[in-house]
Design a binder for this molecule. Sequence first.
Ligand code: C2E
Ligand code: MG
Ligand code: MG
Length: 264
Amino acid sequence: NDYRRYIPGIGGIGDDRLALETSLRHALVQEQFQLYYQHQVDIASRRVVGLEALVRWHHPTQGMIPPDRFIPLAEKTGLIVPIGEWVLREACRQGASLPGVRMAVNLSARQFRQKNLVAVIRQVLSETGMAPADLELEITEGTLMDDVGSAIETMKQLMELGVNISLDDFGTGYSSLSYLKRFPIDTLKIDKSFITEVTTDAGSEVIVNTIIAMAHSLGLKVIAEGVETDEQLAILRERGCDQVQGYLFAKPLPYQEAIEAAHF
Ligand code: C2E
Ligand code: MG
Ligand code: MG
């Protein structure tokens, strides 16, 4: 129930995309997805306090395809809805056996706008036995800005379920400060592009300092993403950042390896 235009010049690109889309349709039933988990480390105690679930696609012929390549396609085709639900269920199933450990799950824009989102999350929580307080949903500013009114309504319903909400990739989107205080969120995640430059670019350092100070004034927790060096960590600690994620501590790992390395 669809049509596509064919432009001869881009035939190759179109074919590739179409092939990827076709295999993406089968990936769920053929169990080609796997969740990797990255440690979220509390700066003060140096303990792993949370895990972020990051989806991986093991393509039968192309090997591991990174989410940046297939999530946008999944979003465009609507496949993100069943894939996202699988991610949520799998992360909660595995997270349920780690009480007190925060499990962060990324929600895409299309998923967030699904009318039954709150019902799905409620069902997954009860099915898996995951404590709502241990679940954190990561959304980006772009997702919220499409329709701010209904986004706030959805976030309130999620909060009523007892789950937490964080703003991912903070600083790269629209960042409307007047909305920020209206959004019922717990956590800001500073985008890794600022962290990468925090020791080399004065502008990035100012932005990082400002985000941390502002978040704390609003009563929000701050997580820095993409921390790779001790120098970056030192600045973040000095500025009072709460938690960090990055290769300096751990790369995203399969579940078993992630929990063994975490020493909970
Ligand atoms: P994100 O949610 O901002 O996740 C952080 C990304 O940064 C991850 O890439 C992670 O592997 C990477 N990263 C972590 N620490 C470092 C570091 O120290 N250095 C560098 N260079 N990178 C680091 P990944 O796993 O490739 O995921 C990319 C994006 O794909 C995610 O960004 C998220 O937006 C999306 N994504 C991943 N899994 C899911 C999912 O299950 N659902 C949805 N909707 N999106 C997902
Ligand atoms: Mg994320
Ligand atoms: Mg991010």
